[in-house]
Design a protein around this ligand. Structure first.
Ligand code: ADP
Length: 196
């Protein structure tokens, strides 16, 4: 299985690149942000609780997102692989993901991190907020809160994968197609190594 983690701060381009990667490698897309927004639309108890945190730019509790990922892994036993987008966002989530994948006799092959500076992220998110209607993209203070949450809790996840020799950083500013090709080149390198 080709299991990838697409990593980076809010607005780095994970959603855009995920779509292209799914088409290229026939992967199942698991975005915890999308799963949470679907719970909110459905008006579930979980959705209501998550919304209060998401509207403040704060991460939802680890057990909530881990439970959602666990269900999705079970639902997609025969997938060619998964692309994890916006998850894991904390070190305990990364540890839980390793355990869940081990239960399915598989593992993460590579984490690709999209690197984008804060000024560019803020610009992109404010533009996205105009068309997406996402409440967490419409207010600059809230965007800063999310980037701070990323720097405090999520950035250490990169070290977790670095220590497993799975971390690859890619510049996330510039032409979307060129960034995609750079990600594919990393994936090809990793899968070629695995076959040897
Ligand atoms: P972005 O990457 O643009 O911040 P997401 O759609 O991935 O957006 O996430 C939106 C919000 O959902 C986050 O700010 C957070 O509150 C919550 N969320 C998403 N994924 C996770 C996760 N793995 N752990 C905790 N909270 C999460």
């Amino acid at each position: 299985m080709l299991n990838l983690v697409l990593f980076g701060p809010p607005g780095a381009g994970k959603g855009t690149q995920s779509e292209k990667l799914i088409a290229q490698y026939q992967l199942v897309h698991l975005s915890t942000g999308d799963l949470l927004r679907s719970e909110i639309r459905g008006g579930t108890e979980l959705g209501l609780r998550a919304k209060m945190l998401m509207d403040q730019g704060i991460l939802v509790p680890d057990e909530v997102v881990i439970g959602m990922i666990e269900n999705k892994l079970k639902e997609n036993e025969s997938a060619a692989g998964f692309i994890f987008d916006g998850f894991p966002r904390t070190v305990p989530q990364a540890e839980a993901l390793d355990e869940l994948l081990a239960l399915h006799n598989t593992q993460i092959k590579v984490m690709v991190a999209l690197v984008v500076d804060e000024d560019e992220l803020t610009k992109r998110l404010l533009i996205r907020g105009q068309s997406s209607g996402r409440p967490d993209d419409q207010n600059e203070a809230l965007i800063h809160r999310r980037i701070k949450e990323y720097n405090d809790k999520t950035a250490p996840v990169a070290n977790y994968y670095e220590s497993q020799g799975k971390f690859k950083a890619i510049g996330g500013i510039g032409n979307i197609e060129e960034i995609f090709q750079a990600i594919c080149a990393e994936i090809e390198t990793v899968t070629a190594n695995v076959r040897q």
